[in-house]
Design a protein around this ligand. Sequence first.
Ligand SMILES: Nc1ncnc2c1ncn2[C@@H]1O[C@H](COP(=O)(O)OP(=O)(O)OP(=O)(O)O)[C@@H](O)[C@H]1O
Ligand SMILES: [Mg+2]
Length: 46
Amino acid sequence: MCKVIAIASQKGGTAKSTTCRNLATVLKNMGYKVLVVDCDNRATRS
Ligand SMILES: Nc1ncnc2c1ncn2[C@@H]1O[C@H](COP(=O)(O)OP(=O)(O)OP(=O)(O)O)[C@@H](O)[C@H]1O
Ligand SMILES: [Mg+2]
């Protein structure tokens, strides 16, 4: 079953992408298949 986890805040630079990447890594290491989509229109890299 698919689950969607949203990490959202209107404020920029508050570790949304970092949290997403770390969470995705942990879930992947736990054996889950993970798809990460960064919907930030700036989509800055971290
Ligand atoms: N726990 C932390 N300690 C120190 N720096 C951090 C931490 N988490 C994130 N950062 C740094 O803070 C900056 C912003 O993080 P990030 O890009 O994840 O934020 P964001 O909310 O996705 O930003 P944006 O709104 O621009 O997409 C990055 O330079 C990142 O490396
Ligand atoms: Mg971001």
